[in-house]
Design a protein around this ligand. Structure first.
Ligand SMILES: [Zn+2]
Ligand SMILES: [Zn+2]
Length: 334
């Protein structure tokens, strides 16, 4: 099935198979035969006139508003979505296995990682399983061009986004400079964006579906919503971990004009807290260890058990507490 078939054409979000998913991304079908996610169909119901839902594709046949239901489930697509989710889950499991040393991968799993990483030119398939595992591990721990991320970390982020195009580095503080202007110049209007922060043993970040849009007025702050996911790559869990995703309606981006601090806020992750250097960061994920933080968290937490990514010791500034990242990158896909 075509990749587009798994995405709602109205909101561009991937469908999910879980009926209890708060984001309501189950595929539902209208009378005309067109499928959209339950969330978008609910919106169409809300805006319906004369008790009829109009199809976004401007079909002649309308659908009666049924207050109890957001359309009828598309069972065929639902089954395909569930199969794809299971397959993606399996691929993530294999990548995580690869991250902790490729030595336990089976021949089938080696083939799967080779396919995901487009490594068929680089792996000697005649060399025997243990040699292939070694080659694979060396390749997967090599870096994305210009980035501090390994190709394995990049592949994991791409499974989480999800996209089938590889990551590409846009901006890196230690290479391109620490100012807000440096970051804006390098990132431009690219989207989606992946922000990655490194400090000591910790590496984590956030994915945002929208571009950085600075306000016209340098004294203002531009604030808007987009889809966001937070993840940890190292230091907080035994293996790279996608933390709970944020509902697209609640993910916030705040971009300050040149005269404001903090310079940039991507949901819980804030950059440029001291007003000088974008790598003066703060992170408050608002997740409680043992409650809504994923299991296996072994990073720091404050007195109320709120998880503190990147460790806990922070400096004071007029705009709040911050730590200085060793490096900060912004990447995009494709
Ligand atoms: Zn939708
Ligand atoms: Zn239609």
């Amino acid at each position: 099935m075509d990749e587009d078939a798994f995405t709602c054409a109205v909101c561009s979000n991937p469908y999910t198979s879980c009926p209890y998913d708060l984001r309501l991304r189950e595929p539902r079908v209208l009378r005309c035969g067109h499928t959209f996610c339950a969330h978008c169909i609910r919106e169409l119901q809300r805006r319906a006139e004369n008790g009829r839902i109009e199809c976004p594709n401007r079909c002649e046949e309308t659908t009666p508003v049924d207050p109890g239901e957001s359309g009828v489930k598309n069972y065929t697509l639902l089954k395909a979505v569930a199969d794809k989710e299971q397959d993606d889950q399996h691929r993530v499991t294999v990548l995580r296995k690869c991250a902790s040393g490729a030595c336990s991968l089976s021949l089938l799993e080696v083939a799967m990682v080779v396919e995901m990483g487009h490594l068929d030119q680089e792996i000697d398939a005649e060399a025997g399983l243990s040699s292939m595992r070694r080659q694979l591990h060396t390749l997967m721990t090599s870096l994305i061009a210009g980035s501090m991320l390994t190709r394995l970390q990049g592949l994991l982020i791409c499974r989480w986004i999800p996209t089938h195009r590889p990551l590409r580095l846009l901006s890196r503080v230690t290479r391109d400079g620490p100012s807000h202007a440096d970051l804006l110049r390098c990132v431009g209007n690219a989207k989606p964006l992946v922000f990655v922060v490194k400090r000591d043993i910790y590496m984590f970040g956030v994915f945002a579906s929208a571009a950085i849009r600075p306000p016209d007025n340098p004294a203002a702050v531009n604030e808007y919503g987009c889809a966001m996911w937070e993840f940890s790559l190292a230091g907080h869990f035994d293996t790279p971990t996608l933390m709970d995703d944020i509902d697209p309606e609640f993910g916030r981006l705040e971009v300050a004009g040149g005269q404001n601090a903090p310079m940039l806020r991507v949901d819980g992750l804030t950059f440029g807290v001291d007003g000088q250097d974008v790598s003066s960061c703060n992170h408050s994920c608002g997740r409680i260890v043992g409650y809504d933080m994923p299991d296996g968290y072994r990073g720091k937490a404050d007195g109320d058990n709120n998880a503190l990514l990147a460790g806990s010791d922070q400096l004071e500034s007029p705009h709040g507490e911050f730590f200085t990242a060793d490096d900060l990158e912004v990447l995009t896909v494709g």
